[in-house]
Each structure stands twice: as structure tokens, then as C-alpha cells.
Design a protein around this ligand. Structure first.
Ligand code: AMO
Length: 443
């Protein structure tokens, strides 16, 4: 018989159907056996009556067995209707069970209510814990976030491009870069598609990419991972860095709207409330931000100050977001555009949400000679970025762009405590799939 999806069952009352999926819960009540079955569209309760031909098999089936179930879709008696759960008004009276795959006994309780794992255990067993409704909700929301980024970019005339992961030079500077043995030469895993999105922009004006980037982040914090999904955009013919801010704000607004519209069930499962984006997101220069915090000006906000600034802004305006722009020029990468009136400060910006930075961007230098002078000041080898420089040698428009970290977005939209919860297969200093063993080093 043709497979019916669990999410469609309520349209098949009084009919015989076949569903395929997993056993989430099994309650053996002696004579009868109750099940919760699960497929990609949801869950349904099944009952195997003592008279059913499937009763013997039902006694053998365990949690996470993969099964094909034949049965009749019955309306539940009024007193058993549960309006709070999916398919709470129906029940599948099981007449046949075919076991498609067996499962070993589970190492821990995976039932919706009983699941209470410590994060490291959850991550060590990602292959299994991913089946839990809470984790499925997180990664469904993440898929919507990434899809919506793409949708919005396309709607604004941006073209998607594929950025390379192996690079001859480090775009963002700093020590947080993974070096790879590239045959007998040195190469790096990309920290950001920055230089490539700028090159591609000089040909296509508006471009975006959804790419893995890598940061050799030596700190074990709740917001750093080493392999990140970066949502990058670059746009030509801007008049000011505020055009980039406005585009990034509209992008985030669209993503939030889509999550609200498409993920109502997931948000409920997670008990999450979306961050509030008001009409015009508050925007402060770094100098103003420090003044607001009442602390002496420094080169950047530290994590505690980022948290505090968000709190203050939330209190004053109701916004969960705040832009900070105008960082000390020499503290940021060479490509960031210095403010012509005060070149000590640049036209770079960050967007903070609920205490954490989740977007960076700004205006870039498009004048070739100015770019060369920055390459020199930043002590960079121009040969290593020759391909980038060539794009600007032959005419590049005023431009800017931004990048969002998909995991940080997911974490902050859902109010998760640790970025690893929002990362399907998180990599950090101590983990690639599983914890790295102490004894094994590459030395
Ligand atoms: P930046 O270095 O600020 O900017 O990175 C952009 C965004 O990527 C995310 N992110 C991270 N997320 C988790 N773990 C990390 N270790 C990590 N590092 C970065 C954050 C951050 O806001 N080229 C510029 C962007 C641009 O100007 O267009 C850049 O890479 O969400």
C-alpha cells in the first residue's frame, strides 16, 4: 500500500493506511501495546489490540525500530482527545507491523519528556540525539534562517557565488587561521570569503555566498566554534556605509519574519520568543557606545560590555538589536574604509543581538592606491593577494558588504545558551565529532 505521511493522517479518518517511520515511544500495557510513531512530518499514537494480527510483533518492537505500519485511522473518543498535540484527535488501530530495521537498546532516555542530557553527552551522541523533537526544531529553524537569507538576497538582485575554501593568504589577519599542507607549499583554510566576494562584486555588482569558514579559535567559549556557516553579502554603488547597514537590517528583518511565519511549531517546542527588531535599529559609534556605558573609551567592546550595551538599548528602546560602527582603523582588517573626516576611525560596523555580535560589515576601500597603502601599513605581502588587487586596479565601484554567522543567529534567535547547541556537528578546540584524545597531537 502507498505510504501516507503522518502529517496527513487526519485527512484519512476511517481509512486503512500504511505509514513508515520510527518508534518514538512504546507502552506495553499487558494486553494492549501503545506506540508513538514518528516520521519527518510528525507523530501519531498507535494502538495494537489483543485481537490484532500484529500483537506478537508489537511485543518485540522497541524504541527507534524502523517500521512500516498498516492500520485504520480512528477518531479518538471525546474523552481521549488531546488538542495540544499533533494528531491528538485520532489514533491508528494497528493491524500489521513490518520491521524494516531493528535498533539496539538506547543509551539514554530519548522520549520527549524524559530527555535531559548534559551538552557533551548530547554532542557525543549527535547521530542519535538529532532525532529528538527539541534538536529537530533547532535545525529546522536554522534551515529556514539560511533559506530566508538566500531568498532575501535574490529578491534584491544579489547573485549567489561559490567561494573557495583554500586560500594563499589570510583575509582577516590575526593568528586565528588553520594552515594546511598544500602539497609541499603553505596554504590556509579560508577565514572569510571576504576578498573573493569583493572580487566577484567588481563583475556582478551584488553577490552573496553561503559558505563554510574556518577560525582557529583557541578560546573555549560558549560562542566560538572553528567551522562556521557564514552568510556573506557584498554590494556595489553604495553612497555610504549606512546603505550596507540598511541592507543588512532588512535582511535580518526578513529572516525573522520568515522564522515567525514558518516555524511556529518549532518555536513552541523550544519555548523561544524571537528577538524584537524595531522600526529603525539603534545605531551608535563606538565612542558613543562607551559613553552610553559610562566607561572609558577602548579599542573594542569586550563581551561583558556588548552584553551590557544590549541591555541598556533594550531598556531604552525595546530593541534587541544595536549597531555599533566606527572602530579604530588599525584594529580592523586592511580592507575596511577609513572615515575620510577622521581616518583614525573606520566605517566598519557590527550588529549585536541579545548581547552577542552576530554580524560584521561596512564600507570597503575601493580606491586602488589607498588599498595599496593599507596593504603596506598592515605589513601584508601584495603578491599573496594579487588576484584581489587586480580587481581593484581596473576600476571598482564604491562598495560594502556584511557577513552573518548562521550558528550565532540560530543561537540568539532561539535563546540557546551555547553555540554548540545550534551547530549540527560542532568543531572546537577540543572536539571534531567526538572529543579529541589528549594523547594524540600532530607534533
Ligand atoms: P567577522 O570576523 O566579524 O567578519 O565574522 C562575521 C560573523 O561570523 C561569525 N563568527 C563566528 N561564529 C562562531 N564562532 C566563531 N569563531 C566566529 N567567528 C566569526 C559572527 C560574526 O559576526 N569579513 C568579515 C565580514 C564582512 O566585513 O563582510 C568577517 O569575517 O556571527
Amino acid at each position: 500500500m502507498q505510504r501516507t505521511l503522518i502529517g496527513d493522517l487526519s485527512a484519512h479518518k476511517n481509512e486503512e493506511v500504511t505509514i513508515k517511520g520510527w518508534v518514538s515511544v512504546r507502552r506495553d500495557q499487558g494486553k494492549m501495546v501503545f506506540f508513538d510513531f514518528r516520521d519527518r512530518t510528525g507523530t501519531v499514537q498507535g494502538v495494537v489490540l489483543p485481537s490484532s494480527a500484529a500483537i506478537e510483533t508489537a511485543k518485540e518492537v522497541r524504541n527507534e525500530y524502523v517500521v512500516s505500519i498498516t492500520g485504520k485511522v480512528n477518531a479518538r473518543p471525546e474523552k481521549n482527545v488531546n488538542a495540544k498535540v499533533q494528531n491528538g484527535d485520532i489514533e491508528l488501530e494497528v493491524t500489521g507491523i513490518e520491521v524494516l530495521a531493528k535498533a539496539e537498546p538506547l543509551p539514554f532516555d530519548m522520549s520527549a519528556d524524559g530527555y535531559n542530557l548534559e551538552l557533551n553527552t548530547e554532542l557525543d551522541h549527535r547521530a542519535l540525539t538529532l532525532r529528538h523533537p527539541r534538536l529537530q526544531a533547532i535545525f529546522k529553524v536554522q534551515a529556514v534562517i539560511i533559506d530566508s537569507f538566500r531568498e532575501y538576497m535574490k529578491s534584491q538582485g544579489f547573485m549567489e557565488f561559490q567561494a573557495p575554501a583554500i586560500t594563499p593568504a589570510t583575509a582577516e589577519g590575526g593568528a586565528e587561521v588553520f594552515q594546511v599542507n598544500y602539497f609541499d607549499k603553505k596554504a590556509y583554510l579560508t577565514q572569510s570569503p571576504q576578498l573573493y566576494k569583493q572580487i566577484v562584486m567588481t563583475a556582478f555588482e551584488r553577490v552573496f555566498s553561503v559558505n563554510k569558514v574556518f577560525r582557529a579559535e583557541p578560546s573555549a567559549t560558549t560562542r566560538h566554534i572553528t567551522e562556521i556557516v557564514s552568510l556573506d553579502a557584498e554590494m556595489a554603488f553604495i553612497d555610504s556605509w549606512t546603505d550596507v547597514r540598511d541592507m543588512s537590517e532588512a535582511t535580518v528583518r526578513y529572516v525573522l519574519e520568515q522564522v515567525q511565519q514558518k516555524c511556529a511549531h518549532e518555536l513552541e517546542v523550544l519555548g523561544a520568543t524571537l528577538p524584537t527588531m524595531i522600526d529603525k535599529t539603534p545605531t551608535y559609534s563606538l565612542t558613543e557606545a562607551f559613553a552610553k556605558l559610562g566607561v572609558p573609551e577602548d579599542k573594542d567592546l569586550n563581551p561583558e560590555q556588548e552584553r551590557k550595551l544590549c541591555e541598556v538599548v533594550k531598556e531604552e528602546t525595546g530593541s534587541d538589536f544595536v549597531y555599533v560602527y566606527g572602530y579604530p582603523t588599525m584594529k580592523k582588517p586592511f580592507y575596511v574604509y577609513p572615515n575620510p573626516e577622521n581616518p583614525e576611525f573606520n566605517e566598519g560596523m557590527d550588529l549585536l543581538c541579545r548581547g552577542i555580535e552576530w554580524l560584521s560589515g561596512g564600507r570597503r576601500i575601493n580606491d586602488y592606491q589607498q588599498l595599496l597603502s593599507h596593504v603596506e601599513k598592515w605589513n601584508m605581502d601584495p603578491k599573496k593577494i594579487e588576484m584581489f588587487l587586480e580587481a581593484f586596479r581596473y576600476g571598482a565601484p564604491p562598495e560594502g558588504g556584511f557577513a552573518l554567522g548562521a550558528e550565532r543567529m540560530t543561537m540568539q534567535i532561539l535563546g540557546l545558551k551555547n553555540i554548540r547547541e545550534a551547530t549540527l556537528f560542532p568543531r572546537d578546540m577540543h572536539r571534531i565529532d567526538l572529543p579529541l584524545s589528549e594523547g594524540e597531537t600532530n607534533k
